[in-house]
Write a protein that binds this ligand. Structure first.
Ligand code: TYM
Length: 348
């Protein structure tokens, strides 16, 4: 049977990239899962604090993320939803993994570099840059590996940008199991959606991201039909007013074709959408895209708003408390074995 695990940072309302690249997959896996399968989705607040966060804002963003996960159709009866900081076994395993993880491997990873060097041209970590680098940002992938391994997940559905982190998680399994000469930790498989890399609507060479200062670069899962239309109508494309699918030469157009294909009610491909619109203008494509995205996101905004208010907030608190309880039990099963093979004290 399968154990599905994934995580999302509570750093703002999820956008279409998070939704198509990850969250919609989570819902699909949930809807396909059998009684034997386990699904766990964590709101990873400990990862969020690798960048400065205001405490009050972090608390509300965590709640908002939980409401968003429920609003897209995750069902707490089938999926365990919890805050990472509610389950201390994640950080406990992180420390143990970091004692067999290689600094060299971590140093070659790109995500912390791109955060650190944002704005500069990607280059070497000189003295000045590394003194601004916080240990937590550097060891971020070790915590992510612990998230996955502590639940002995077999499948991890993520967007393209997380593939490197998943490879590192498998490396942690090898290192740990080899060091302690046990097949204790389980190597997880990466699952990616067909649309694993949604691009910015302002700059199709960048991925759509929560942290971009330009709000017009993204569509939120809670955007109104009007906002969706505006964002897509003003999306950056190119000067050829015809619809063709050429991902390398026309990335902006390809992104809109991809969004239209992914949001169309019947499975289709960007190339098929381009064929359908052959002879049409970019305006026609944008209209079709806005319509498809609006239909795909319909209802999420209302459910989200209602969930945040339900029982004066108590509903969300109760869902998370129940999820944390299940996740703690699941993680503790692994940790008992881990503490034992490492020779650490067992919890009484
Ligand atoms: P985060 O919070 O940045 O993103 C959550 C999920 O959304 C995907 N995603 C995208 N997919 C397609 N196109 C995009 N433009 C796009 N932007 C984001 C991400 O790939 C991700 O799947 N490190 C993780 C959180 C994490 C995690 C884990 C994930 C912590 N522990 C354990 C899996 C397993 C992150 O920052 O995701």
């Amino acid at each position: 049977y399968a154990v599905v695990f994934s995580g999302i940072q509570p750093t703002g309302t999820p956008h279409l990239g998070n939704y198509l690249g990850a969250m919609r997959q989570w819902r699909r896996l949930q809807d396909m899962a059998g009684d034997e399968d386990k699904l766990l989705f964590s709101i990873v607040d400990l990862h969020a604090i690798t960048m400065p966060q205001d405490a009050e804002a972090l608390r509300s963003r965590r709640r908002e993320m939980l409401a968003a996960l429920l609003a897209i159709g995750l069902d707490p009866k089938r999926s365990t939803l919890f805050y990472q900081s509610s389950v201390m076994q994640h950080t406990e395993l992180m420390w143990i993994l970091s004692c067999t993880a290689s600094m060299g491997y971590l140093g070659r990873m790109t995500q912390y570099k791109s955060k650190l060097l944002a704005g500069n041209k990607a280059g070497d970590l000189d003295e000045a840059v590394s003194s601004r680098l916080k240990l937590g940002l550097f060891s971020y992938p070790v915590l992510q590996a612990a998230d996955i391994l502590v639940h002995r997940a077999t499948h991890v559905p993520v967007g393209d940008d997380q593939k490197q982190h998943l490879e590192f998680a498998r490396e942690c399994v090898t290192n740990f199991n080899h060091t302690y000469d046990q097949e204790l930790l389980v190597s997880p498989q990466t699952i990616t959606a067909p649309s694993s890399r949604v691009m910015s609507l302002r700059d199709p060479s960048q991925k759509m991201s929560k942290s971009s200062p330009n709000v017009r670069s993204r569509i939120l899962i809670t955007s109104t039909p009007n906002e969706i239309r505006q964002r897509i109508m003003s999306a950056v494309t190119d000067n050829t007013n015809a619809v063709t699918y050429e991902p390398n030469d026309r990335p902006g157009v390809a992104n809109l074709l991809e969004l239209t294909a992914q949001c169309s009610p019947n499975p289709t491909t960007p190339a098929d959408v381009a064929d359908l619109l052959m002879g049409g203008t970019l305006g026609d494509l944008k209209n079709a895209c806005a319509e498809a995205v609006t239909a795909e996101l319909r209802g999420i905004r209302d459910r989200y708003t209602e969930l945040l208010e339900r029982q004066g907030g108590k509903y969300l608190v109760d869902i998370e408390a129940a999820g944390a309880e299940v996740a703690r039990r699941n993680a503790e099963e692994t940790m008992r074995l881990v503490r034992d093979v490492v020779g650490l004290a067992s919890l009484r």
